[in-house]
Design a protein around this ligand. Structure first.
Ligand SMILES: [Zn+2]
Length: 1006
């Protein structure tokens, strides 16, 4: 192996010395691209003199490489340039130097310098701004022709995007005259540091190098690079690395506390929700540039994984994409394996199912999305000794990773830069093929609308949640989906369409997006274990009506394309001093309350009829309303109100504006931000603080509501928080040296969580009349510590439900938490745990959403099931409610002395923990066979009748527990209102209870 590399390098040197033209051929193998012939516009002769090598830089490559097998002839040297600064010259160090990481701002300075030094081959500009105000940038690299005519090529790709406007003849011409765009993004997952480093060098090489291999890429592909997409996280990561370098031995190390403002790893699960700036930016660039490929660089696998996945693949991507995934990945494996580089592989790692990854933006726009998972950059060298399951020779890794190897940042650079160059080269050589496929995918998408069976989707504009419907339309439009408005009423098959209803035509180039989002998912459990969510049906998660139309005539109906944001109708009908705002479940209801903090508002406690309108419990009554002020606001929010002369006769309570505390744990800030995303968007203010501050006590004097979103882990680990390891405090503080830290919270010492003392204070807060809102893992804390009675946390090992949409039943329509919901059936997102059992239950009839006859597995349970989708699950439509007869493990438990301690504290606070059954607001379907709406589910009987949302009284206050995740990513907007209701009605949660509690009138408000 070693001698082969040496020989190839020696040959290169010899060729250069002799003034021979590259590429070198013969001797062992010839590089795949030896057969290159200049493309149409690359007719200029290759340079007469061989290009000089940057000796100093090339020396660092050799020195920093930890294992000589991890290299190729593409990256074992760096060409010299008299005009373009090398990374070493500009940044003071070569890429792959151990112990160093580069801030995004310095990568930007370098890219700017590259574009300045080589303006004919590179262009640099800003394309977006992060939540924390940092720039997101783009560098375009190509030949002189490509850069000069960048806009022309973009527009030609735009023509290929739309077969409704472009003729076949024109398309055939474009296939041969335009160039594919290969869009590389990296730095999304901030601890995965190598992609941005490698891209520093790749940009230089693509601009400067004069080998035919690179010339071919430069001439035939336009490379777009966003080196760091999660810019806020990158700067924190680099600070964190250097901070830890200065810590004394034995002291605790700082984890990367926050990445972006809202989430960590989930920034790569925002492809459908599109809440985060980075996702919005990539979508905007995709719609502008029509990239042929979007390639995202990650670091979570051994050596180099080139994406294809195990399947099941997403049901709605064009089948051509699957072949493209495999062709590109196999090309990587082949080229790297040919050069003897071990450990380049494909297949495993993830499934290819859920379209919430960033690179799936490509698939909903007829492009190719792919990613690498590279062995971590470090940046400190380390040995890699993977288990046998990673090093065995398999069909998908013919040259597997080695049992042990010395790894380091230069290995990481070499392996991913080489593979990426082979991908670029492959697309350059086959550019007509990939452009033709792009054109074909667009044509097939449009044709699907003409041949059915789904010709369009109708989103009724005046449906109950009309504000949320308009918001959904706007978010879909932002992703490039065209939405029209029906000009007049008509009937399409059995669908009644009203004038003004939104119509998503099926005959549009990006209809795949509608197919992916609006379809119902069926993830047969015989498949490999799902990598992420299995169900995401858009209209279920948003609790909206979106109706597929199987009547072709709809395409001939009069409709106008929306060219601006949709707005839900809203305002005030009638006259009188009292305004009654219907609670429709729209998320803007909470905005209306919080925008008018000083206005007295009441909530109706029952359904009622007034002014000829039927109101749902939760309707907001504004006595003595200032209509001139409120009406424009209602219009803007898409809410409807009725004015009347006097207040309707219905029981009411005051909607007291709560002071909200918001608790996060220092152990994990991954998921909690999705609550903040919703609160920030809909205008609900809160005070954000860490779990350890709960110990300070006096919570009730500061807050009325405390929100404690999902952390993950057991009740015990959540109470314990960040362990007190090491002697020195572990600060998360902003300093002159580390200015990027301490956003969005800070601490002198992040170690030590709330502990039993903090939990006691939380209990006291509730006892004194506060409302604590928990979800997911935090919902288990009070039951597990025995503070709330009547709730058992179950861990049924047989239950299999991974990020699915299930049918829940609102069992208490009078609970303020369910205000605004009209139907008892609500689709909810649930992911495996927690399973909360209130007052026993037991297991009744078996079943559980498993479709097909048992025992019909074609492989008879022996060997690998290679046709898992032949046995789909039984999925129920949401509205065909069969409602048949009801059917009926654990992590680390709190220590007995801790629960005893808590009981003692409870007594001191005057709390009696009795056996009162909590109020179950919503529970999972009683029938396991009608439970699954989208995704996957096995043994649903273990979830039947278990609580999805419950309200537990404790002292004068309440603990609201959500087993579901009402704020899951920017997707579950249909259940946001459950959380908002708990906040708005915080001191009247007993309303509608058969024997209402005494607290929570205006006079008792603090
Ligand atoms: Zn990653």
């Amino acid at each position: 192996m070693k001698s082969r590399i040496a020989a190839s390098t020696a040959l290169l040197a010899l060729a250069l010395a002799a003034g021979l033209l590259l590429p070198p051929v013969a001797q062992g193998f010839s590089p795949a691209d030896a057969g290159f012939s200049p493309a149409e516009e690359g007719q200029k002769p290759a340079p007469k003199a061989p290009q000089k090598i940057d000796e100093e830089y090339t020396r660092t490559i050799k020195e920093n490489l930890q294992d000589p097998r991890i290299t190729t002839e593409l990256v074992d040297h760096l060409p010299a340039s008299d005009t373009v600064p090398s990374p070493l010259k500009f940044l003071g160090r070569a890429v792959g130097a151990p112990g160093e990481l580069t801030y995004a701002k310095d990568i930007y300075r370098y890219y700017e310098a590259l574009a300045k030094a080589a303006p004919t081959r590179a262009k640099y500009w800003k394309v977006g701004t992060t939540e924390e105000g940092r720039d997101i940038v783009l560098l375009a690299v190509g030949s002189e022709d490509s850069i000069k005519n960048l806009d022309k090529y973009r527009d030609m790709l735009g023509e290929l995007t739309d077969p409704r406007k472009t003729t076949e003849a024109r398309a055939q011409q474009l296939l041969h005259t335009t160039k594919p765009i290969y869009y590389v993004i990296s730095g999304m997952h901030s601890p995965e540091t190598g992609g941005p480093e490698m891209l520093i060098e790749l940009a230089y090489r693509l601009i400067v190098e004069e080998t035919p291999f690179i010339q071919n890429i430069r001439n035939n592909v336009i490379t777009l690079i966003t080196p760091v997409i999660e810019v806020d996280g990158r700067e924190k990561q680099v600070d964190t690395y250097y901070f830890n370098k200065k810590r004394a031995q034995g002291d605790a190390r700082l984890p990367l506390m926050y990445w972006g403002k809202y989430v960590q790893h989930d920034n790569n699960r925002d492809g459908m929700g599109q809440f985060l700036k980075l996702t919005q930016t990539v979508t905007k660039e995709t719609l502008e540039w029509h990239p042929t490929v979007i390639h995202d660089l990650h670091e979570a696998q051994t050596y180099l994984y080139s994406s294809t996945g195990t399947g099941p693949y997403n049901n709605d991507i064009d089948p051509i994409v699957v072949s493209e995934w495999w062709t590109l990945a196999q090309n990587d494996v082949m080229e790297m394996t040919k050069r003897g580089v071990p450990g380049v592989w494909t297949y495993g790692f993830y499934d290819g199912w859920v379209p919430n990854y960033m690179f799936f933006i490509a698939h909903s726009h007829n492009s190719i999305g792919r990613f690498y998972e590279v062995q971590s950059y470090g940046p400190d060298p380390y040995p890699v000794t993977p288990p046998a399951t990673t090093t065995s020779k398999e069909w998908f890794r013919p040259n597997p990773p080695l049992p042990t190897i010395k790894w380091g940042p230069r290995n990481n650079t070499n392996i991913q830069e080489s593979a990426l160059l082979f991908s670029l080269s492959h697309v350059a050589k086959n550019k007509d093929l990939y452009l033709e496929n792009y054109w074909l995918k667009a044509k097939r998408a449009v044709d699907k609308g003409k041949t059915g069976p789904t010709y369009a989707w109708v989103i009724p504009a005046t449906q109950r949640r009309k504000a949320d419907a308009a918001q959904a339309v706007n978010e879909l439009r932002m992703q490039g989906l065209e939405v029209s408005k029906a000009s007049s009423a008509f009937k399409a098959g059995n669908v009644d369409v009203k004038a003004g209803d939104y119509v998503v035509r099926g005959d549009q180039p990006f209809r795949t997006l509608a197919d992916m989002y609006f379809s119902i998912q069926n993830y047969a459990p015989q498949n490999p274990s799902p990598y992420d969510d299995t169900g995401w049906t858009f209209q279920y998660m948003r609790d909206l009506k979106i109706v597929p139309v199987s009547e072709k005539g709809i395409l001939d109906q009069q409709m106008t394309l929306l060219t601006a944001d949709a707005k839900a109708p809203g305002g005030v009908e009638g006259t009188g001093n009292v305004l009654v705002v219907d609670h429709t479940g729209d998320n803007t209801v909470v905005s209306f309350r919080f925008k008018n903090k000083d206005v007295k508002m009441l909530a109706a406690e029952d359904d009622f009829e007034a002014a000829g309108h039927k109101f749902r419990a939760g309707a907001i009554i504004v006595p003595n309303a200032d209509r001139a002020k409120l009406e424009p606001m209602l219009k803007a929010l898409g809410l409807s109100a009725w004015a009347m002369a006097s207040a309707p006769s219905v029981r009411t309570h005051d909607l007291d504006i709560p002071r909200i505390g918001y608790v996060h744990s220092w152990t994990r800030t991954q998921d909690e931000g999705w609550w903040r995303a919703a609160l920030d968007t809909f205008g609900v203010p809160y005070t954000y603080f860490a779990d350890q501050k709960l110990r300070d006590g006096n919570l009730r004097s500061k807050y009325d509501v405390i929100i404690f979103p999902h952390v993950g882990g057991s009740a015990v680990s959540q109470v314990n928080g960040m362990p007190k390891t090491g002697n020195a405090p572990l600060p998360y503080k902003k300093t002159a040296e580390f200015p990027n830290l301490a956003f969005i919270d800070s601490s002198d010492d992040i170690r030590g969580g709330m502990g039993i003392e903090g939990l006691g204070e939380l209990m006291k807060f509730v006892q004194e009349g506060g409302t604590l809102i928990t979800e997911g893992s935090t919902a288990t804390i009070f039951p597990e510590y025995g503070i709330t009675s009547g709730v058992t946390v179950e861990e049924p090992a047989q239950l299999f439900v991974r990020g699915s949409i299930l049918r829940a039943k609102i069992t208490d329509m009078k609970s303020p938490i369910s205000y605004g919901y009209e139907s008892a059936d609500l689709p909810v997102y649930f992911n495996q745990s927690p399973v909360l059992n209130v007052g026993g239950g037991g297991f009744g009839a078996f079943g559980g959403g498993r479709g097909g006859a048992p025992g019909t597995n074609p492989n008879g349970g022996i060997g690998q099931n290679v046709t898992p989708n032949a046995l789909p699950l039984r999925i129920q439509p949401l509205e065909a409610d069969t409602n048949s007869a009801p059917a009926g493990g654990r992590g680390e438990r709190p220590a007995a002395d801790e629960t005893a301690q808590l009981r003692q504290m409870a007594q001191q606070f005057g709390i009696t923990i009795d056996d009162t059954r909590p109020r179950v607001v919503m529970q999972f379907s009683a029938n396991p066979n009608d439970m699954l709406l989208s995704g996957t589910l096995l043994n649903g009987q273990f979830l039947a009748n278990r609580a999805a949302a419950l309200d537990s009284s404790l002292g004068k206050g309440h603990v609201v527990m959500f087993a579901i995740r009402p704020f899951w990513r920017w997707q579950t907007q249909g259940t946001y209102t459950l959380g908002f209701n708990a906040i708005m009605n915080w001191n009247d949660l007993d309303a509608g209870k058969p024997q209402p509690g005494a607290r929570g009138t205006a006079s008792q408000q603090p």
